[in-house]
Design a protein around this ligand. Structure first.
Ligand code: HEC
Ligand code: HEC
Ligand code: HEC
Length: 441
C-alpha cells in the first residue's frame, strides 16, 4: 500500500472507531432491523432511508447532510455536502445531477482512496436504494432537474495501437498540465488544488488506479474525464475529442497503472519509495506533520463539543475528557508549543519518552491505552524526531489540563482480573467538553 493509502485507511478506521465511541457515550440504540418491504413511494423510501442515514452516515455527512459530522474535520477529502446536489461520480453531463444508479454504485462500492467505504456488504440493496432516496431529498435539485445521461459510442477494446493513440490524445488534451507527463505529476503546471468546499485536493496519481474514486476500468475512466468531477478542478472534456479518441485515452490511462505495493517484493518497495525517504529527510517538519495527521494525534489531543467535533480554535490544545473505566480519567495533554501549559518547555527527550514509552514528564506511566504508545515506539529515530520538530511549530494555545487520575488499587486489580481472566474489556468513554482551563497561566 502507498503511504497515502495507509493514511486514508488509518483515518477511516479511526473515524469509525471514534464515531462508534461517541455513539456509545451518547447512548445510541442498535440499528433497527430491516423492515419488510412493500410497494413504496419515494417519500416512504426516503423516510426509511432517513433511519439508515442516521444510523450509518451521520457521523461523517452530518445531521442535515452538510458534510459536517463529528468525524469530518480530520478527513481529507471531506465528506460530501449533500445539500448542493453536486457529485463527483456521474454518468451524466457536467453540471447535471447524477442518476440513481450512479449514487447507488457510489454507496455500494464506496469512493476508493477515501474514508467513504463501500456499504454493499453491510446494507441490503433495498436499504441502499432507500438511503439514496433520502440523500437525494437533502437537495432541492433532484426535485426539479432530470439527469442528462451521457451515452458514449461503442467501447474501443484496449490494444497497443489504441494505447499509442491514447497517448497522443493525452498530450492534445493537456492532461499533463495537472497529472504530469508520466501521470504522477512530473512537470505538471498546476500542483495545488482545492475543491469547491475550499478543501485541499490532489490530482489523482494516474499510475495508482486503485485510488480512483469511481473505479479503474476503461469505462470508469472514460466517464470521469468525459463528464468531469463536479466540485473539483477535474474538468469535463465534452466535445474535446471524438468518442473513439476518448476510449483510446481511457485505454492509455489504464495502461499507466503500476504494480500495486501489495504485489511488490521488499526490494521493489524500497526502490519505489527511495525518493520519498529523501524528501522526508530534506523536510522533517513536513514529514512530522504528515505523521501527526495520519496518526490522528489531534483526534484525541483536542477537546470536543457536544456533537463530537473538535472545538474551534482548540486543535491540539488537549483537554479531551477520556475515561478508561474503571482505570481512571486520562484528559489528553496540550501538545501546542505553549510554554506554560503545552510542550513549549519540555525537552526533546521528554516528548520522545511520552510518545514512545508512555512516561509523562512527572513520571506518570500511561497504560497502553487510550494512547497506543507501544505502536508509536516503532517510529524510526528520524520519524520520531520529525514528529517532535513539527509539534514545536504548532502555535501556542493556552489550556491547562489536569494530570491523569490514579486508579484506586483494589479497583485496578479487579479491572485487570476482568480483562485478563474474564476477558471483559475496559471501555473507553469520551465526554464532550474541555477538561482544561483555557487561558490559565
Ligand atoms: C467514515 C466517513 C463516512 C461515512 C460513515 C459515510 N461517508 Fe459518504 N463520503 C465520505 C467522504 C469522505 C466522501 C467524499 C469522498 C470524495 O470526495 O472523494 C463521501 C462521499 C459520499 C457520496 C458522494 C459521491 C460522489 O459522487 O460525489 C455519497 C453519495 C455518499 N458519500 C453517501 C454515503 C452514505 C449513503 C453513507 C451511509 C450509508 C455514507 N456516505 C457514509 C465519508 C463517509
Ligand atoms: C485542471 C487540472 C486537471 C486537468 C487538466 C485534468 N485533471 Fe484529471 N484530475 C484533476 C484533479 C484535481 C483530480 C482529483 C479529483 C478528486 O480526487 O476528487 C483528477 C482526477 C482524475 C482521475 C481520477 C478519477 C477518479 O475516479 O478518482 C482521472 C482518471 C483523471 N483525473 C484523468 C484525467 C485525464 C485523462 C485528463 C485529460 C483528459 C485529466 N484528468 C485532466 C485535475 C485535472
Ligand atoms: C487515542 C487517543 C490518543 C492518540 C491518538 C494520541 N494520544 Fe497522546 N496521549 C493520550 C492520552 C490519554 C495521554 C495521557 C494524558 C496526557 O496527555 O498527559 C497522552 C499523552 C501524550 C503526551 C504527553 C503530554 C502531556 O501533556 O502529558 C504526548 C507528548 C503525546 N501524547 C503525544 C501524542 C502524539 C505525538 C500523538 C500522535 C502520534 C498522540 N499523542 C496520539 C491520548 C492519545
Amino acid at each position: 500500500m502507498t503511504r497515502r493509502r495507509v493514511k486514508i485507511l488509518i483515518v477511516s478506521l479511526l473515524a469509525i472507531v471514534v464515531a462508534a465511541t461517541l455513539r456509545i457515550a451518547a447512548g445510541a440504540q442498535p440499528p433497527p432491523a430491516a423492515q419488510p418491504r412493500s410497494l413504496e413511494t419515494a417519500a416512504a423510501a426516503a423516510a426509511n432511508g432517513k433511519a439508515i442515514y442516521e444510523q450509518r452516515c451521520v457521523e461523517c455527512h452530518g445531521p442535515a447532510g452538510r458534510g459536517d459530522g463529528p468525524a469530518a474535520t480530520l478527513l481529507i477529502p471531506h465528506p460530501r455536502d449533500f445539500s448542493l446536489g453536486r457529485y463527483k461520480i456521474r454518468s451524466t453531463e457536467s453540471g447535471s445531477v447524477p442518476t440513481d444508479e450512479d449514487l447507488i454504485r457510489s454507496v455500494q462500492q464506496g469512493l476508493y482512496g477515501t474514508a467513504m467505504s463501500g456499504w454493499g456488504a453491510i446494507l441490503s440493496d433495498a436499504e441502499i436504494t432507500d438511503v439514496v432516496a433520502y440523500v437525494k431529498s437533502l437537495s432541492p435539485r433532484f426535485a426539479t432537474d432530470a439527469p442528462e445521461v451521457v451515452v458514449p459510442g461503442a467501447q474501443v477494446p484496449s490494444s497497443p495501437e489504441s494505447i499509442a493513440r491514447g497517448l497522443q490524445v493525452y498530450d492534445a488534451l493537456r492532461c499533463a498540465s495537472c497529472h504530469g507527463s508520466d501521470g504522477r505529476g512530473k512537470g505538471a503546471i498546476a500542483t495545488e488544488f482545492k475543491d469547491d468546499w475550499n478543501q485541499p485536493l490532489t490530482a489523482a496519481n494516474l499510475t495508482e488506479p486503485w485510488s480512483f474514486r469511481g473505479g479503474s476500468t476503461a469505462r470508469d475512466v472514460f466517464f470521469r474525464f468525459r463528464t468531469g468531477m463536479s466540485g473539483t478542478p477535474m474538468p469535463s472534456f465534452k466535445g474535446a475529442a471524438t468518442d473513439n479518441e476518448m476510449w483510446d485515452l481511457a485505454n492509455y490511462v489504464v495502461s499507466l497503472g503500476r504494480k500495486p505495493v501489495w504485489s511488490m517484493t521488499a526490494d521493489e518497495v524500497r526502490t519505489e519509495y527511495a525518493d520519498e525517504t529523501v524528501r522526508a529527510a530534506a523536510d522533517p517538519i513536513r514529514r512530522g506533520k504528515y505523521l501527526v495527521d495520519t496518526h490522528l494525534c489531534a483526534l484525541c489531543h483536542s477537546p470536543l463539543d457536544d456533537r463530537g467535533r473538535i472545538m474551534p480554535g482548540m486543535m491540539m490544545a488537549g483537554g479531551q475528557i477520556m475515561r478508561v473505566a474503571p482505570f481512571g480519567d486520562y484528559p489528553t495533554g496540550n501538545l501546542t508549543s505553549d510554554k506554560e501549559t503545552g510542550l513549549g518547555s519540555w525537552s526533546d527527550d521528554e516528548i520522545r519518552q511520552a510518545i514512545t514509552r508512555g512516561i509523562l514528564r512527572d513520571g506518570t506511566r500511561l497504560p497502553p491505552y487510550p494512547m497506543d504508545w507501544p505502536a508509536f515506539s516503532a517510529f524510526t529515530r528520524e520519524d520520531l524526531n520529525a514528529v517532535v520538530q513539527y509539534l514545536r511549530t504548532i502555535p501556542p494555545i493556552s489550556n491547562r489540563v489536569p494530570r491523569p487520575s490514579r486508579p484506586f488499587l483494589p479497583v485496578y486489580l479487579w479491572a485487570k482480573f476482568k480483562m485478563l481472566i474474564l476477558q471483559i474489556d475496559a471501555p473507553i468513554v469520551i465526554f464532550p467538553g474541555n477538561a482544561g482551563t483555557p487561558g490559565a497561566r
